[in-house]
Structure formats: C-alpha cells, structure tokens
Design a protein around this ligand. Structure first.
Ligand code: 13P
Ligand code: 13P
Ligand code: MG
Ligand code: MG
Length: 371
C-alpha cells in the first residue's frame, strides 16, 4: 500500500459567459495560474475544469481534509477568477462567494467541497464528476446504482471482494443530522431516505469488512456543504461535485459510468426551480443552453500515481452515451411542455422561501374565506 493522499475537489460559480451558460477560459487560466505557483510545495498536482458556469478545482496533496492552506488556496483562486469575471462583466460575477471573509475553510462560504484522504493503491483509478443546474441529491440515484444495485454493478454479485456490499453515510440537509446505512441489509431504509434527494443526500460511501480497501476510507464523496450550511434558507442550487474510486474491490470504471446511462430527473435547471433530466456530456457539451439546461454532468477519469493526476480522460465522450443524451432531450422536451406547472416546476414547498411569498403577499387582501 502506498502513501496517504488527499483529493480535494472544490468548485464555485464565479461568473458566467452569457448568463449562466459557461465559464470564460480566462477564469480557468487565472485559477490555473494560482495553483501552478504551489505545485510541489503545497499541492502535488491539479487540474482545473468547468461544467457550465461552475469552475472546478481538482487538487491532490498531503495535507488531509479541511486543511486551511488548501482551502485558502482554492479561495484565492476563486477570488482572483471572480475579479477577472467582474472586469469582463461576466454574469453573476462572484456569485458563489457568499462572504468576503475567509477564516480557514471554504465550507459555508458558498463553494462546494468533496474531499477524500486515501491510501493510494498501486493503481488508483478515480473519476471526478461535476454537475451544473442541479443539487447535491442528484448523486443519490447514481451512487445507489454504483454501490448497491446489482442490475447496474455486476461486481456486487460476481466479485467476492464486493459481495458484502457498502455502507452509505446519508445527510439530512434540513435537520443537520447524519445516519449510516449498510447495504444490502438496509437497502429499503436507505431508499426511503435518498428517494427524497432535496432532503437527504449521500455524503460518503465506505467499504465493509472483507473489502481489500480499508473500511475507514471513503470510496466516494460528494459535495453537500452549502446545502447543509444554508438549510432552511433557500438560495438556489449547488451544482455539486462527486469523487468516486473504482476497480479492484470497487465498481469497475464502466459500472461507475453505467449509473449515468439513465438520465434521471433532478431538481435545478431554469432559476434552480425546475425538474429536468441529468444529461451526461463530454466537456465540449458542458455548456447548458435550452432553458438554461437541461442539467449536465461531466466525468473526468484519472489514475493517481504518487499523488500525480494522470489524465484526464473525458469519460462521457463516447457514442455509447448518445442514447442517454437523446433520451434526455426527449424527456427535457416533455417536461418543458408543462411550462409553469408542477412537476416540471419544483413543488410549492420548494418555492415557499423564494417566489411564492411575494405573490401571496400581493394577493393577500383579495383572498376570501371559503363559505
Ligand atoms: P436575474 O436575471 O434577475 O439575475 O435572475 C434570473 C436568473 O438568472 C436566475 O436564473
Ligand atoms: P447556476 O446555479 O448554474 O448559476 O444557474 C442559475 C440559474 O438560475 C439558471 O437558470
Ligand atoms: Mg451561475
Ligand atoms: Mg452553475
């Protein structure tokens, strides 16, 4: 077994080129400049990318999770990029930098964070997913498929080192609590929770005894922090990131990707207020347009070696995902025809803190009792 390495994926929307469409290349270059300065000092390696209008920093280092230097670095990169966004007049410049003051950790300040410290295996395949125009709970269905559904992941049945299943750490984003559920034994309890992705989100997945991986090390981690921090006060969707390890006692790369072959419905899209299909796309198409969507997910594959990021491979740049994209387009069209009607528009409850109060306030004197 190799050294401990931490993978930190930290993202923020610091401004969009033409509305909420895409990250301007100058923002990525600015962030790259900040990270390049500290390679071999603070960090081992980095890759900067985007999905839609979200700037994504992928970093490897030896500092562990929640490290103030690493978070400070990300904050600096976002601040600098936001400054460029303001100079270019990009839309929503600095959108996700909710506070001016950085005090050691970006959590609660707006950016999304997914970090995992792992013992690097001789060959360590990792896939970083990033989604735009949706929320953290959007990972619930694909994570369940990868790590608990034998119809997705053949290894759960035929690989003896996976046969015992996995443990899921689920966060209640409203009551700020977490619970661990073990699959397959507690599968129905797990599904009861994660079937409500606006309330419960899978934060981490862990292996169980019998796995070649240390059961204390996560094998998948998602960003949920912002939702957690602002629970009770709706300020939009979080455009989450997800890190998944693969192979050798874990789902194979193809089993991980297979979970996105079905473009399931997620909340987000236009004004963060509509349900639509999550379309798996190569980087080239990580730029939502129709009705600011439909929501998108990219998947970048890396091999991690001595903390270096070997890659990336653009995992959805494959005609094998054309059918998922075609289905997503059909579903998007079907949903769109509902216009302002639920279930295209998110539920009344979800708009309770945003648009509904103003409408109800305006009409309040015109409401009459029934009978
Ligand atoms: P504004 O155009 O008022 O910023 O709000 C709409 C929006 O961009 C949210 O999608
Ligand atoms: P983002 O959350 O990607 O900034 O999108 C906001 C929005 O309102 C899109 O219509
Ligand atoms: Mg935006
Ligand atoms: Mg976005």
């Amino acid at each position: 077994m190799g050294e401990r390495v931490t993978i930190s994926v930290i993202k923020a929307d610091v401004g969009g080129l033409v509305g909420h469409h895409v990250v301007h290349p100058a923002l990525e270059e600015t962030a790259e400049g900040v990270l390049e300065e500290v390679v071999d000092e603070l960090i081992y390696d980095y890759f900067v990318t985007h999905v839609g209008d979200d700037l994504v920093l992928i970093m490897t280092h030896g500092k562990g999770e929640d490290n103030s230097e690493i978070h400070g670095l990300a904050w600096k990169a976002f601040q600098k990029a936001a400054k460029v966004a303001k100079e270019l007049g990009l839309y929503g410049a600095g959108q996700d930098l909710l506070s001016e003051a950085f005090s050691g950790n970006v959590k609660g300040l707006g950016p999304g964070v997914a970090e995992m410290s792992i013992t690097e295996r001789p060959s360590e395949p990792v896939i970083v997913f990033a989604a735009d125009k949706t929320e953290a709970g959007a990972w619930n269905l694909p994570l369940f498929k990868m790590f608990a559904d034998p119809f997705n992941t053949a290894g759960l049945i035929i690989d003896p080192s996976m046969h015992q299943g996995f443990r899921f750490e689920v966060w209640d984003l409203v009551e700020h609590k977490k619970v661990e559920l073990s699959c397959p034994e507690e599968m129905y309890d797990l599904l009861a929770l994660i079937g409500s992705p606006g309330r419960f989100a899978i934060k981490r997945v862990y292996p169980k005894q019998g796995s070649p991986i240390d059961p204390n090390e996560p094998v998948a981690v998602a960003s949920t922090e912002r939702l957690y921090e602002i629970a009770g006060r709706y300020v939009g969707k979080d455009d989450p990131v997800l890190v998944v390890r693969a192979q050798h006692g874990l789902p194979a790369v193809g089993e991980v990707l297979e979970a996105f072959a079905f473009p399931h419905l997620v909340a987000g899209w236009m004004r963060g207020s509509h349900w639509g299909p999550l379309m798996p796309v190569p980087l080239e198409y990580a730029a939502p347009t129709r009705f600011d969507g439909p929501p998108r997910v990219i998947g970048l594959g890396f091999q991690i070696k001595d903390g270096r990021l070997i890659g990336p491979e653009d995992m959805f740049a494959d005609p094998a995902f054309d059918y998922a994209r075609e289905m997503a387009n059909k579903v998007a069209d079907y949903m769109r025809r509902h216009g302002p009607f639920e279930p295209h528009r998110v539920s009344y409850h979800d708009l309770e803190y945003t648009s509904m109060p103003a409408v109800l306030e305006k009409l309040k004197d015109r409401f009459r009792p029934l009978e």
